[in-house]
Ligand binder design. Sequence first.
Ligand code: G3H
Length: 590
Amino acid sequence: MVGYLSPIFIPLMEQGNMAFQMPSIPRQASPNKSFSSSFQCSSFTRTEHGPTRWFPCRLGNQARWTRLGIRCCETTTTKMGRETRVHESFTTIESKPTLASVSKMQQDNTYFFLCNGEWSASSQGKLLKEYSPCDAQVCYTYQSCSNENADRCFHAAATAQASWAKTPLWKRAEYLKKAAKILVNYKDEISQCIVNEIAKNTRSALSEVVRTADLIEYVAEQGIRQSGELMYPDSFPGHVRNQLCLVHRVALGVVLCIPPFNYPINLCASKVAPALMMGNSVVIKAPSHGVISCLYLASAFHMAGIPRGVVNVVTGKGSELGDYLVSHPLVDAISFTGGTSTGKKVSTKAGMIPLQLELGGKDCAIVLEDADLQSSIRSIVSGAFSYNGQRCTAVKIVYVMEQVAEDLVNGLKEQVQKLSVGYPQDNADITPLVSQSSAEYIEKLFQDAIQKGAKQVVPWKRKDNLVWPSILDHVNQHMRVAWEEPFGPLLPIVRVESETQAIEMVNKSDMGLQASIFSSNMERAMSIADLLQTGTVHLNGQPARGPDHFPFQGWKDSGIGSQGVLYSLQAMSKVKSIVVHFTRETYTCN
Ligand code: G3H
C-alpha cells in the first residue's frame, strides 16, 4: 500500500521496524493539527528539530515525529472477549515533491531571492531570520539583498521587458493561467507557509491562495479581451473627418510591486498579474512578514516558465532597501500597499512616475435606527475581527444612532465573546498579531480611550502579541482611537444623535477608503453614501475589497488610483495614440 501519511500512523524505522521517536513536540512550537492535511514536508520543518525531512504526526493523543519515504504502520486494536488484538498495516509514505524543493527556491530551509530567472544568494552574504508570530521561533531564513542585488534585478527586468512586451497576449495569458494552476496544485503547502509566517488561520490562508489563483485567471481572461479605440476629429467643433486616431494601451516598463504582510500572496498577485498581462516586467519587494509566501508566488510564475527576468523578487529589510528601490532610475511605476505614512514617503521619493497606492483605512459602519440589527451585528463582527482586524478594510469604527446603541452594543458583545482565540493552525478566529509592536500600539490606543472616558464592553486581555477581541463604547472625538487605525481586534463605538453627526465625523478623517451603512431605507442610505468621502460605500454589508474584479480605491490619505482586475490592467498601462492624417475628408457611406 502506498499513500500519503495520515496523522494516525506510527513512524517505524525500516531497519527492523524499530519504533523511532523524535523528542516530544512542544505544543506551542508546533500545533499538530496543522499537519494533518498534507505532507509536503519541507514547508513544515522547524530547524530546531533537525533535518528538513522531519515533520510531526499524531497517534491518538500522542504527537511524534516522522519522515517521508519510510514504512509506517497503522495500528488498530480490536477487543475479542477478554483478548485485545493489535493489527498493524504497513504503508510506504511517498514524498509528494514540494514546490519549495521542485522550484529550488530554498536549500536547507534558507530561501533565495529571484533574479533573472535564478534563485540567488545575497551578494553581501547576509541572511535574515523570520520569526513566527505564534511562538517567536525562527520559521524561515532568507536573503538580505544588497543594493547591488537590487540593481541586478532591475537590469534583468528592464532587459526582459522589451521582449516580454512583444510576446503575444494569448501567450502571456497562458503563462498566467499556468501559474494559477501551480498555486492550486500546491495550495496546502503555500497556505501552510502563510499560516507560519503571519498567523492567518488555516481556513483563511487556504482561501487566500485559491482566491489568488482565481484572480490571476480572471486577469488573464480580461487581459486578452482588451481592445483599443478609434476616434474621428469631426465630433469636435470646427473639425472635419480628415484624421483617424487609434488609441490603445501599452506597458509602463518595469513595475516595482510592494505588497503588504496581510495578504502576501493575494495582494502581490493583484499587482503582478495585471502588470505582466499588460507587458510589464516586475521587481517585487517582498514584505518582511510574509516574505516566503511572496517567494512562493514568484516561484509559481517561475515554474510556469515565464521568461527569465520578467519576474524578480528582492528580499530584505524595507528600512535598508526601501529608499533605494523606490527611487531607482529603472523603475517606471510603483504599485504599493501598506501604511499611509510609508505610502506618502514612497510618493515623495518616487518622482514623476505612475503610482498605484493602497494605504490605510478608517472604515466605518454607520448603523441607523431602522437597521436590521442582527444582520448589522454579524457584518460588523466579521468586518472588524476577521484576521484580527489586520486588514485595511476592517471596520475600524462604528457610528450608531442613540436609539439603538444599547441593543447594538449588547449584540456585539454577545457575538464577540463567541470568537475563539488561539492558534491559526486550530482555525481560531483571533490569532497572534503579526508583531509585538502592533499589540503594544493597540494597547496604547485602548488605554488612551479608557483614560478619556470610554467604557470597555468586554474585558481587555493581552498576552504578548495575542490580543483578545475588544470593544470600546462611548468613544468620542477626543480619543486617539476615533481617528487612528488600530489594525488589530479593537472596535470603538461612537453613539451619535443624527446621521449628519456621523457623516461629519467620517469626512473629518484623513482617510477615505471604504464605509458601510446599515439601514432598511435604501433611499436614505444612498443619499448618505453620496455624502461620504470614501472610495467605496457598502450598503447593508461590511467593507471589503473583493470580489477582486470590483474597483477598489482609497480617497484622501487612503491611496492613489484604483485596483480591481480591469482597473489594475489600466493602471499598469499607459495610453498610446497614433493619428493618421488624410489629405482629404473621408466619410463612411452605405
Ligand atoms: O488590507 C487591505 C486589503 O486590501 C483588504 O482586503 O477586504 O479582501 O480583506 P480584503
